[in-house]
Design a protein around this ligand. Structure first.
Ligand SMILES: NC(=O)C1=CN([C@@H]2O[C@H](COP(=O)(O)OP(=O)(O)OC[C@H]3O[C@@H](n4cnc5c(N)ncnc54)[C@H](O)[C@@H]3O)[C@@H](O)[C@H]2O)C=CC1
Ligand SMILES: O=C(O)[C@H]1O[C@H](OP(=O)(O)OP(=O)(O)OC[C@H]2O[C@@H](n3ccc(=O)[nH]c3=O)[C@H](O)[C@@H]2O)[C@H](O)[C@@H](O)[C@@H]1O
Length: 448
């Protein structure tokens, strides 16, 4: 089957590479000339485990192409996927500029029936806007062509994107057209051999399913973070509480890891966009707004812990930071908790010595050269001469630490752990103060 994908970011590239890998002919189109040139040289502009080799194999097999030529791309595929960004607008709503631009481009070049598949995360009602945009452009051209628009939200996670795309729990398609049902069945047949994962539903239900899924996951995270903050004040240990509740299968262990707040390109913007939609229709979503508020507060916890450890005297201090990416196995720093921490430290007059296995270039791109930021090439080099160590991201390489050695390297014996990687007893036995989320020295009961 011939498939076109607009947008060669995380979702577009993974979708393109995976669909080519199961035998489809895929053309990926992007407006970023530099990105397309790199892809055509075999370079992958993002870090995603397994993606580079998957792209290489399928380009060599002649099933995966990259272009900036929209006309060629529109004439290529029966399915025209839209996988472009939908960032937050100033008021928190989803900015649909890129999605609607692609719709117009498709309509501008269409010469026969096409199915427009919206994979970008978009508010309920967007498929109708895409339909209207296409109809208006066809009208302007004075041509009458048949087309369908469907919703096919994506549920992959960065860092495990290929596995999630290929082995995800479900493939949601919102449509009321039989023609779309049969084309989408053909597209996704290779993924439904063991069990039919395709779920057909109304377009609006599909659009809302995506926001509901992300909001539910974000709610679990803010919930456990709220309980962690209560643990600190009540003298409990959040890790014991987490085990206690996770063992109930109705609750489960997934997505209840306390931490320094959720980041990334999706939860923050999607929670805001859903809250905005609710506001717009006159039904303010109290719970969703609270999820966002709790997360914003959680992102300042690590800085607060450092203030606690140094009696608010952070000016002139050097803080080592392990982990810049918003989570492990990615170089993505969008809305990363590390950014909130670094910016607060700089504001307070402290210096940062940071290490991340993949995100150093991204950090350099965001912040440029500055006197108060050193990007170390190794985790142990970041700690040398620092006053304290803070862990923001739970990369595997941070899980084993010789605490006695760490004590030697640090000017003050302070470890702030934003991901609860260690046992407080083990850290404290080496003479280090251990501030973690809802446990360790962060626990200061206010109730006797
Ligand atoms: N990143 C993720 O893990 C996930 C993202 N999503 C959603 O998928 C959508 C895309 O996200 P990402 O891939 O992360 O975005 P991204 O920002 O990594 O990539 C978007 C790409 O679209 C290109 N683009 C913009 N306008 C274009 C146009 N008119 N024609 C062709 N290409 C154009 C950009 O140059 C860029 O390369 C968003 O709505 C996001 O919420 C959904 C699930 C997972
Ligand atoms: O719509 C999207 O783009 C995607 O958003 C998330 O994927 P992603 O943002 O890549 O990463 P997650 O693994 O979900 O982590 C998001 C954030 O939550 C944090 N998190 C996650 C789990 C947890 O228990 N605790 C916690 O603090 C992570 O550290 C990270 O900052 C969802 O997991 C995907 O299903 C969805 O498709």
């Amino acid at each position: 089957m011939r498939i076109t994908i607009f947008g060669s970011g995380y979702v577009g590239l993974v979708t393109g590479a995976c669909l080519a890998d199961v035998g489809h002919d895929v053309m990926c189109v992007d407006v970023d000339e530099d990105k397309v040139a790199r892809l055509n040289k075999g370079e992958v502009p993002i870090y995603e485990p397994g993606l580079e080799s998957l792209i290489r194999q399928n380009r060599s097999a002649g099933r995966l192409h990259f272009t900036t030529d929209a006309e060629q791309a529109v004439s290529f595929g029966l399915l025209q996927f839209i996988a472009v960004g939908t960032p937050s607008d100033e008021d928190g709503s989803a900015d649909l500029r890129h999605v609607l631009k692609v719709a117009e481009t498709i309509a501008h070049h269409m010469d026969g029936y096409r199915i427009i598949v919206d994979k970008s995360t978009v508010p309920v009602g967007t498929a109708s806007r895409v339909e209207r945009t296409i109809a208006a452009e066809l009208d302007r051209r004075g041509v009458s062509l048949d087309f369908d628009v469907c919703s096919n939200p994506e549920f992959l996670k960065e860092g495990a994107a290929i596995e999630d795309f290929s082995k995800g729990a479900r493939i949601v398609v919102g449509t009321d057209s039989e023609r779309v049902v049969s084309a989408m069945r053909e597209c996704y047949a290779p993924y439904s051999r063991q069990k039919d994962k395709l779920m057909f539903m109304g377009v609006r239900s599909a659009e809302l399913t995506k926001y509901a899924a992300n909001a539910m996951l974000a709610t679990k995270i803010s919930f456990i973070n709220e309980i962690a903050n209560l643990s600190e004040r009540l003298g409990a240990d959040i890790e014991e509480v987490r085990h206690g509740i996770g063992s109930d299968p109705r609750i489960g262990y997934n997505f209840i890891y306390p931490g320094c707040g959720y980041g990334g390109s999706c939860f923050p913007k999607d929670v805001k966009a859903l809250a905005h939609t609710a506001e717009q229709i006159g039904h303010p979503a109290e719970l969703i707004s609270a999820v966002e508020k709790v997360n914003a507060r959680q992102k300042s916890r690590l800085f607060e812990m450092l203030c606690q450890a140094f009696d608010g005297q952070l000016a002139g201090k050097t803080i080592a930071l392990w982990g810049l990416a918003f989570k492990p196995n990615t170089d993505d720093m969008r809305e990363a908790p590390s950014r909130a921490l670094m910016e607060a430290l700089w504001e307070a007059g402290a210096r940062v010595q940071a290490y991340d296995p993949e995100a150093a270039d991204e950090c350099r791109r965001i912040y440029g050269e500055r006197d108060d930021l050193v990007l170390a090439g190794q985790r142990d080099a970041a700690v040398e001469g620092a006053d304290a160590l803070v862990i923001c991201t739970e990369w595997k390489a941070f899980r084993t630490v010789d605490f006695a050695e760490l004590h030697e390297s640090l000017a003050s014996p302070v470890l702030v752990d934003g991901r609860n990687l260690f046992q407080p007893e083990a850290v404290k036995a080496a003479g280090l103060a251990y501030y973690a989320i809802g446990r360790g020295d962060s626990v200061r009961p206010v109730l006797a």
